[in-house]
Design a protein around this ligand. Sequence first.
Ligand SMILES: [Zn+2]
Length: 319
Amino acid sequence: MTEELFREDATLLHCEATVLAVDESGVVLDRTVFYPLGGGQAGDTGTLTSAAGAVLAIADTRKHKERPGAIAHVPAPGADLGAFVVGTRVTARVDEARRLAHRRFHTATHLLCALVPHPVDGCSITAGYARLDFHMAEPLDKEALTAGIARLVAAAAPVKHRWISEDELDANPGLVRSMSVQPPRGLGRIRVLEIEGIDLQPCGGTHVANTAEIGAVVVTKIEKKSAMTRRVVLGFAERHRAPTKKPAEAGLSLAAEARLLVAERVVAGLAGAGGVAERRLELVEVVGLGGGDELDRVVLQLLGAFVELGALGPDVGLR
Ligand SMILES: [Zn+2]
C-alpha cells in the first residue's frame, strides 16, 4: 500500500519515503508524490534519490498490477536499480514543469465539462495537450469554447477537493444530479473536485487551486471522431516555461532560442493569416516540451510554410 500524498496536495513536489518493493513493474514506496496514470491523466516522471546520493530516473508512474493499492515508479530504460533495495530511504521528486502542465490541463478539462453539457466518452491529459471526447452529435465552435474557457479562467474560481462516502451520496440525490460526471460506486469513499460555482465531479487527478492558475489555454482542434463523438483538443497558448527562465535552463540551445525568436517575429507579423495560429501553437508546445532537435524541426517546418505562403517579409532577418 502506498500513501498517496498527491491526492491531498497537488503542489507537493517531493517527499521522503522508504522502498517497500522492487520488481518488474518498478519501485514501490510506502508514500509518494508521484501520480500514477489514471482517470485520463498521464503518470508523473521525476527522480528517486537515495540517502547515499544515487539517483534513479523515473520515466512513468503506474498503479501496480499485482499489488492493490501500491504505486509502481517505473525506472527509465537501462536505469541501474542497484542502490534501491528494499528498506532504502529515498527522496521522491516529481518533474515540476510536467506536474504543472498536468494540473493546468486537468482543471481546464473540467471547465470544458461545464461548457459542454454532454457526457464524456474519453479523456487524455498530457504535458503537451489535453483532449476530451463528448458523446454528442451537434457541432462545437472552437472560438466560442476558447472564449468560454478564458472567461472561466478570468473568473478566478477556487478549486477544491473533498471526500464523500457513498452513504452521503445516497442521502443527497441532488448532489449526484448536480455532478457533470456520475460517481463510481463500490469504492467506499469518493474524491470529488469542485470548481466553485462552475463544476462538480468525481475526480482523483491533480489540479490547480484556482482557475486563474490555468492561464492561457485554447482549443486547438475540434474533431468529429464518429457520428456521436466530438473531440476537443486543448493546448497552451504560451510557452510552458516561466518567462524569467534563461534559455539554457529551459533546455534550449542559444541557437534554437534565436531561431525561435525569429519564428515568433514571423508569426507576430502574420496575425490573421490562415493556419498561422495553429502552427504557432505547435511551436510553443514543442518548446514547452524541452526543445532540442524537435524544436529545430518544427521551426524549420514553420518557416518553410511561411515561405510557401509568400508571407516572409523583408524585415524578418533570416539571411
Ligand atoms: Zn478530472
